[in-house]
Design a protein around this ligand. Structure first.
Ligand code: LIP
Length: 280
């Protein structure tokens, strides 16, 4: 893709992610509650998830009317440009609901079909944590950046190459059966790394890898909207994002600095084998 277009897509992603971030902060109702649940009673949606997605759709389709739209909350838009905006209006919804300052608006422009693992690639993206006022962003070939106020700083993934001293992030799903499997896998991982962090937002976990605040991250069960922006930000920060079969998907996402990529993938693969098949 032409670098000028990719840079423009990054600019748009930052613009609308920060607008949606201001919305969810400034207009959070005092009585915020659960508007609906999805895969389980703990998989919640608030009125602000929907309002933020409505804003993102309106702004992105206004700025790029020929692009497609693919958001976490219901509904999408078909496009003709070959580009799709993949958005998570609030990644870390439970943290947002509880007032824990670790949630983000994630916006990515991708080529291909984001509904098919391995059939899409991000070309630009932004992740905005409106509470910390930090926005991580990148486009293919442009490096990865963290912007806070007027200051933009290049970010680089960790140079760590030793699992035993690696700080590794992970997350857990909304279904009890999935969490049981994830605990079994974690039992294999935790004794073999420095420590684990569970922050509750995949997008922020991936940005933490991009900035070296985590040496690595893995999680089963991510959707394209959780990871699309974070993937390009990690890759442009010199990191690697892969999966159990080499492709990041809902089966597994594994992210780290380049020197830890192979040992972490081996560890996560062994953990998955130890955990066995997941109860349905
Ligand atoms: C969240 C992910 C997180 C995962 C949570 C949840 P949501 O996404 O970002 O990594 O561990 O269970 O899926 O649901 O807040 O958009």
């Amino acid at each position: 893709m032409d670098s000028t277009l990719a840079a423009e897509l990054e600019r748009i992603a930052v613009l609308v992610a920060e607008e949606a971030g201001r919305l969810i902060e400034d207009e959070r109702p005092a009585d915020l509650g659960v508007a609906q649940t999805k895969s389980s009673a703990t998989d919640v949606v608030t009125v602000m998830d929907q309002r933020a997605q409505d804003l993102l759709r309106e702004r992105l389709m206004g700025l790029r009317p020929d692009d497609a739209f693919f958001g976490e909350e219901d509904g999408g838009e078909v496009g003709t440009s070959g580009l799709t905006w993949v958005v998570d209006p609030i990644d870390g919804t439970v943290n947002y609901l509880y007032g824990i300052p670790a949630y983000a608006v994630s916006v990515a422009a991708v080529l291909g079909d984001p509904s098919v693992p391995g059939e899409w690639e991000p070309v630009a993206g932004a992740v905005c944590n409106p509470r910390s006022r930090e926005t991580w962003h990148a486009h293919r070939g442009g490096g990865a950046w963290r912007t806070q106020g007027e200051t933009s700083t290049p970010v680089h993934a960790s140079a760590a190459d030793d699992l035993g001293t690696a700080l590794v992030g992970t997350g857990f799903g909304y279904r009890a059966e999935r969490r049981a499997w994830q605990v079994a896998a974690l039992t294999h991982v935790l004794p073999r790394v420095r420590d684990i962090r569970r922050m509750g937002s995949a997008a922020l976990d991936l940005c933490a890898v991009a900035e070296g605040r985590l040496d690595g991250y893995y999680e089963r069960g991510l959707n394209p909207w959780d990871m699309a922006a974070g993937v390009i930000i990690v890759e442009e920060a010199g990191g690697v994002v892969t999966g159990l079969d080499g492709t990041p998907s809902d089966d597994m996402v594994i992210a780290s600095g380049s020197r830890l990529a192979a040992p972490l993938a081996r560890l996560v693969r062994a953990a998955a084998e130890t955990a066995g098949s997941e109860p349905t």
